[in-house]
Design a protein around this ligand. Structure first.
Ligand code: AMP
Ligand code: ZN
Length: 495
């Protein structure tokens, strides 16, 4: 039976502002869309946090046995400098500054994004569509929205009519903003634009002569508005209504609010059942951002070449650091916190390795079965990775206890403990054991030591004590201690 049938998962839905029991539209199947990067510069650690948060979610759903289609886009056109409808396209600007083709910019930073996420052991999404690959579909959706009466053309650009939409829909329901506040906040900008109202947003922009990223359309040679690509690509691959839409907290407004409006205007249906937002990584208390320069690049973490760092840290340690915080909490980056995470990470990995090497007894002093369910309970409670990690550390403590002879474990529990740790540490949290390809090696090590124990027993039976002592002493010199007991010989590894 699929695990999801046994585990009841709750997730925090940003739109209801409550934890809700998760129920997908089609049993056993999940459609999840997450806004991807705008590929005009190297991803910073803050971006990585959001994608690691959704990787945790993706991994847990997979672990539960769901068939999940995870769509994450690449924004390679339409995202203007100030997240609004004016200013230069971010990619075109970079291309102009570097005197290269916009698609060279896109290629360079898409490759960087993939390489970086791979280092963090993120799984690739099922589909990774690009905005420029879906211009035709975006034009079709604009036509539909115009036909339904929620958009208008001015001077070759098309705008979404927010006030009209808001008459019988609720624009602002995701971000909790009222239209009156929005009107009050945008009044002074009103004069500069073709828009009927300043809160309207662009679906299509006519390109200025110098704008190089342009496509023909019924309205002008131009380019799509930033919010439109996500509406078009999510519904193309997941259907008009799908289960989960995610992104960083900063995308709630205007980006996701506009997506809801576009979806409802074009299909008459609410496009998304569960909205999930990952919180920000900060540096010195300020959001990490490309634009302010207040950020750290992943390669700087790995090499330690950054003034905020005393040394380099492995990608898995950095990932572990992020997963020690709930994805909905703000996390402040610091060298001290990373040092502490590294210690914890190493302890966890040591304990995992030792979990296959523990001496077994007739009874257990720890309920491994209950502990395993508590690991699930943590993740079932809105993917609470810090609680999961704390629960894993209960096992770490127990493993040390068994090693030191203060606790006992049966052979059956030892197997369950080892496989459960494996599932949660590697499959769900997505950590990699960096101290050699360790899991495999620990199994090889225990096989080798078992063989030596057998040879030593044979030597003893043959009264060849020189050989049996040599095996014991040389293993001890390597930090592997053999202990002879009633149930045979067991071994322990010294720290
Ligand atoms: P962008 O390429 O700027 O569109 O950002 C890609 C993703 O990274 C979006 O989901 C953002 O919400 C997210 N993001 C940007 N800055 C941070 C940050 N400091 N912490 C966490 N996520 C971030
Ligand atoms: Zn998006």
């Amino acid at each position: 039976m699929a695990l999801y049938k046994e585990q009841s998962l709750k997730l925090y839905n940003s739109i209801s502002r409550e934890k809700e029991i998760f129920k997908p539209i089609n049993e056993g199947h999940i459609g999840m869309y997450v806004c991807g990067p705008t590929v005009y510069s190297n991803v910073h650690l803050g971006n990585c946090r959001t994608f690691i948060s959704f990787d945790l979610i993706f991994r847990y759903f997979k672990h539960l046995g769901y068939k999940i289609r995870y769509v994450r886009n690449i924004t390679d056109a339409g995202h203007l400098e100030n997240d609004a409808d004016s200013g230069e396209d971010r990619i075109a600007k970079k291309a102009r500054l570097e005197q290269i083709e916009p698609m060279e910019v896109v290629q360079r930073y898409t490759v960087d994004f993939h390489n970086t996420l791979q280092k963090f052991n993120n799984l690739p999404p099922s589909i990774e569509p690009t905005a420029t690959g879906h211009i035709v579909e975006q034009i079709e959706t604009i036509k539909t929205i115009i036909d339904k009466g929620f958009a208008y053309e001015v001077n070759g650009s098309v705008y979404f009519d927010v006030l009209k939409f808001n008459k019988d829909h609720d624009y602002g329901k995701l971000s909790g903003r009222s239209i009156e506040d929005m009107i009050a906040n945008t009044r002074e900008l009103a004069a500069q634009s073709d828009k009927k109202n300043p809160q309207d947003f662009a679906l299509w922009k006519k390109a200025e002569p110098q704008h190089i990223m342009r496509w023909p359309s019924p309205w002008s040679d131009g380019f799509p508005g930033w919010h439109l690509e996500c509406t078009v690509m999510s519904t193309k691959y997941l259907g008009e209504q799908f289960d989960i839409h995610g992104g960083g907290m900063d995308l709630k407004f205007p980006h996701h609010e506009c997506e809801i409006a576009q979806g409802e205007a074009s299909t008459g249906k609410n496009p998304v059942n569960y909205w999930m937002h990952a919180n920000m990584l900060t540096l010195n208390g300020q959001k990490m951002a490309k634009s302010t320069g207040n950020n750290i690049l992943p390669n700087e973490i790995f090499s330690g070449e950054n003034d905020n760092l005393s040394k380099g840290f492995s990608p898995s340690v950095a990932r572990f650091f992020m997963l020690q915080a709930n994805y909905r909490s703000i996390l402040d980056f610091s060298n001290t916190a990373l040092l502490a995470s590294e210690k914890g990470f190493n302890r966890l990995m040591d304990a995992y390795r030792n979990s296959s090497l523990l001496p077994v007894s007739e009874s257990s002093t720890f309920s491994v079965k209950e502990w395993k369910q508590r690991c699930y309970d943590a993740m079932n409670d809105d993917f609470n990775s810090p609680i999961l990690i704390a629960t894993l550390f209960e096992a770490v403590k127990f493993i040390v206890g068994v090693k030191e002879g203060n606790e006992k474990i049966t052979a059956e529990d030892k197997e369950l403990l080892h496989t459960t740790m494996h599932d949660f540490i590697f499959d769900v949290l997505g950590l990699l054991d960096t101290t050699v390809a360790n899991q495999d090696n620990s199994e090889k090590l225990s096989g080798t030591v078992e063989l030596l124990i057998k040879l030593r027993a044979e030597a003893r039976n043959n009264k060849d004590f020189a050989t049996s002592d040599q095996i014991r002493d040389q293993l001890l010199a390597l930090g592997i201690q053999l202990k002879d007991g009633k149930e045979g010989t067991v071994f322990t590894l010294e720290d």
